[in-house]
Structure formats: C-alpha cells, structure tokens
Design a protein around this ligand. Structure first.
Ligand code: XMP
Length: 515
C-alpha cells in the first residue's frame, strides 16, 4: 500500500511513541525510525514530513546522537522537538548551550511569529510543557524566533522558506495546551497531507492484503481473548473465514465467565464463521502447579504448559501455511526494531518464532497499529465493547493473583471475589473507573467469627490503580462506602474468605500485580 506518511526520527526521547500517536490522530500514517537510519533509506520512503524527537543528551557533546545536515535540504518539512530542535539549530549554525535556568513543567510562552503556519490559531500567550537543561541561545541563519518564554529567548524558531521548525517544548504531551493544534498545523497544513489514515480504510486495505497473501492457505491463531488476539481473529475472520482456525487455551486461570465469553463471541454460536477450538486445560494446569509457591516458577510453568497444549492442538490440525500473531506497534518499537528505545525489552510477540507449529510464514496484520487504533479496528469489526475495552490482564492470569500455591479452590475464591468487586465498581457510578482493578488472594489465613462460629479463612486483597503507562501507578481513591459494600458482599457470598484488605501501595515500590 503506497500511502502518505510522516516519519519520526527518534533521538531516545521518552515520548517517541506519543509523537507518532499524535501524528496518527491527525489521520496521517506515521512510523518511528532510529537516528541511526541512513538518509538514503529516508529518501526512499519519501515522507511528507519529518519530526525529530527529544532525547536525553546535549547535542554539542562529542558522541551525542546526530544526523546529516542533508536532512534539511531534501525539501521535506522538518519539525524538531526539544533535543530535535536544538540539534537542528546546532547543525545549521545556531548556538546551543547549558541554560542558566532549567525549565521544567508547564510554562507560559509568548508567540512572536508563525501565526499563519505552525502557530495558526494559537493564542499570543499559551501554556506549554518544557523539560530541558540546554537552550538555544542563538538561532541558525535564516531562522526567525517565533516564540519565547521568560527563561528561553528561543522557545521556537522557523525558516518558513524551507519549512523548517524548531520548538523547544513538547507539543505531544497533553500539558501543552495547544499541542494537538500545533502538530495538526505541521502534519496536515505545512506537510500538505490529505489525512486518509482512518480505521475503516485500514480494515478494507488489510482485508484485501490478507486475502492476497494467504490465497487459499490455512491460518492458525492462538486466541487468548485479550484485545490484540481478539481483534486479529475478527480481522482474519472477515478476510478468510473458515481458512482460519483459532485455538483458545482455557488454562483455568481466567476471570469468572471469561472462557465462556470468548467462546460466545468466537465459538460456533458466535458471530464469526471460523474454526474455533477451545481446550479446557484447567486440570492439567492445576496438576502442574500443585505445590509450587515461587512466583517466577509459576509463571514459567504456565508459559511452558501453554506451549505444550498448543503444540498438541497444532499437531491435530496438521501443517498450516501461516501462523498469525497479534504483534502491535509498541511491541515492535520496544523490541528495538524501530525507534531508539533506551530500554530494549524482550517481548513474547516479537522475535522468537515458535518451532512447535508446522507453518511456513508468520502474518502480523496489526504490526503497525497502536493499542487505541487496534481498539478502533475491533469496534469497526463489530466486536463487543467489553472485549475491546478490556483492562489489561496478565498472560499467566489468576495464577499470579494467587499468592503461594494455586489450587482449584483458591481459583474459585479469587474469581468470585473479583467478579463481585468488578460488578460493584461498575455499578458505583464513579466518574471514571480505575485504569486497572482486581481482587487477589493472599496466602494468609486468620481467625474470624461468623454467626457464632469461629472461622479460619483467607484474606482477599482489593487492588485498584491510576496509571498512564503501567510503568508507574498510584492506588485509586475508591470511595470508602464502595469498598465497604464490596467487603460485605465478598465475605457473605464467597465461602472461604473472612477478611478483606485494600492495597494502598504505589508502583514503585510495589508492582501492579501482587504475585
Ligand atoms: P506489574 O505487576 O509489572 O504490571 O506492575 C504492569 C502491567 O503489566 C501487566 N502484566 C502482564 N501482562 N503478561 C501480560 O500480558 C504478564 O505476564 C504480565 N504481568 C503483568 C499487569 O497486569 C499490569 O497491567
């Protein structure tokens, strides 16, 4: 598909993915490339515009990430952000040095120019997000200063003739009041893009691509019921119907009713005409997990058992032509395959190919999408909202929400408690639900009294967090009455529980899950 795109050249900034997402919100396709990408490759892509990200370095220091000056002579509009802005000035003959005052956080900025171009529609005085210790003390020749702050003489500069723009602040973060407008001005107006990247056209193109590539071949997909694999199943169903077989391994560590929900959507009575195999493997998993207490060991066993079960099913199905994987764009970027991620994570979806399935090729139709785009595709394909907007759920499932040994009895307790908690939160009419919330089972039993009887039962712990990226999180301030109601329902309705705790721990030092 030959579509217009804007590319982001990544200098190691924390917001690289955010920049790309914002471009796509302008309905323009966007990809991230490391600053190590050769200029020839960039030229070949023929992007409509280029954005240089921020980064942790000082551009005047030896060995700092840089780029060839030729980039600014391609006739393609370039927008430098923070480090990217400083680098543009540095390379083109301006001056960057350590700032006398470090600017950090929301900062009032005065717009001095660019009011017909980059800053069209932006008020004379506006709030932006700053985070820098170096500053541009002198602009490069042919550039005009188009914004300043109390501490930065150059908050933004432009060479309108060449469509080169340098801004010291971060328009991609929401704290910059008119950030989206500024990026829209660049992406849509300055780069003269048509803005045709939309999820309905994505579905249409991708369905056609899949049909062409797969032909009459057979495709196998491991369906977990999570957002990515569900959307992928729906997309493949639309493209190739019965040529698709989904294997859904119910490891007995799913949330209450979840296995049946997945079967309801994708199974024989659901809305897709595909082959659906549900493997009820709970007993196998419980047997393997018996007596195991150590969290990493539990994770390992659950992962290995999945491979074994899936392998057995794949053998029954026989050779397939394609194995479909629900890889999405953040997986690709975080694996170091795009961009310049400082921390390169290994990810189960990228890299290692399963050697236990007899297949010829991998297909990854969601590989270029961000999570919110995957969700839009899911809605477009008619998947139910509860599935499309599911909160994150760990691959090892309740296996890591049960502290200590996993047993069928403990799974029942945590499923029932969690179900009550989720139901009550949904019904509490909170302005916004926490980003993630669940019940977990501690391994602690203690004495209580119920009726006139002494009890010696488990303690359930309730967790709810507010977070943007799940890398850091705060405990949610759930109203006390709601917690009390959840407490009383769990104690009354879930046999084996006589105590409820609420987890106040933030991350760090805690983690979101409680293994
Ligand atoms: P932690 O506990 O590391 O969790 O603070 C951060 C986020 O990641 C989810 N999580 C997982 N997701 N497989 C997943 O797909 C896993 O093994 C896994 N472990 C944790 C967790 O639910 C939270 O959203």
């Amino acid at each position: 598909m030959n579509q217009e795109k804007v590319i982001v050249i990544d200098f190691g900034g924390q917001y690289n993915q955010l920049v790309a997402r914002r471009v796509r919100e302008c309905n323009v396709y966007c990809e991230i490339y490391s600053y190590r990408t050769p200029i020839e490759q960039i030229k070949e892509m023929n992007p409509k515009g280029i954005i240089l990200t921020g980064g942790p370095n000082s551009c005047y220091e030896e060995g700092a990430p840089t780029y060839t000056k030729e980039l600014f002579e391609l006739g393609i509009p370039v927008l430098g952000l923070c480090y990217g802005a400083q680098l543009m000035m540095h390379l083109l003959g301006g001056k960057v040095e350590k700032a006398p005052v470090r600017e950090y956080g929301k900062t009032e900025t005065v717009i001095d120019g660019g009011t017909d171009t980059l800053f069209a529609g932006v008020e004379k005085s506006t709030i932006v997000w700053m985070s820098h210790f170096d500053y541009i003390s002198k602009v490069a020749p042919d550039f005009d200063i188009i914004a300043h702050t109390a501490d930065s003489p150059v908050a933004a500069a432009a060479c309108e003739a060449k469509k080169l723009y340098a801004i010291q602040f971060h328009p991609e973060v929401l704290h910059t009041a008119r950030g989206k407008d500024i990026l829209f001005n660049f992406v849509r107006n300055i780069c003269a893009t048509a803005g045709e990247w939309k999820m309905d056209s994505f579905v249409e193109h991708t369905v056609a691509d899949i049909r062409e590539r797969v032909g009459s071949g057979k495709v196998l997909l491991a369906l977990s019921g999570g957002v990515d694999s569900s959307v992928l199943a729906a997309l493949l169903a639309k493209a190739i119907g019965k040529q698709l077989t989904c294997v859904f391994v119910d490891h007995g560590l799913l949330r209450k009713n979840e296995g049946d929900e997945v079967e309801g959507v994708f199974g024989p009575n659901g809305s897709f005409d595909i082959n659906f195999v549900r493997v009820n493997a709970a007993e196998r998993y419980y047997a393997k997990l018996a007596g195991v207490e150590e969290p990493e060991r539990k994770r390992k066993i659950i992962g290995e058992e999945f491979i074994r079960v899936f392998e057995e099913e794949a053998k029954k199905i026989g050779a397939v032509d394609f194995l479909a994987q629900g890889t999405i764009y953040p997986d690709v970027v975080e694996s170091g395959l795009g961009g310049e991620s400082v921390v390169i994570k290994s990810h189960h979806n990228v890299g290692g190919l399963p050697d236990y399935v007899d297949f010829k090729e991998i297909i990854e139709p969601l590989r270029n999408l961000f999570k919110d785009e995957v969700r839009k595709v899911g809605l477009e394909l008619g998947l139910p909202e509860y599935l499309v907007f599911r909160q994150p759920f760990p691959g090892p499932g309740l296996g890591i929400r049960i502290i200590g040994e996993v047993t069928a009895e403990k799974v029942r307790i945590v499923q029932d408690a969690d179900y009550i908690y989720r139901t009550e939160l949904a019904e509490a009419g909170l302005e916004k639900l926490p980003d993630q919330y669940f019940a977990a089972l501690t391994n602690m039993r203690s004495v209580g009294v119920m009726g006139d009887e002494r009890t010696y039962d488990y303690a359930v712990v309730l967790r709810a967090v507010e977070t943007v990226d799940f890398m850091t999180a705060e405990a949610s301030a759930i109203p006390f009455e709601v917690l009390q109601k959840v407490m009383s329902r769990i104690i009354n309705e879930v046999k084996g529980v006589n105590r409820i705790f609420y987890d106040l721990t933030s991350k760090p030092p805690g983690t979101v899950e409680m293994e």
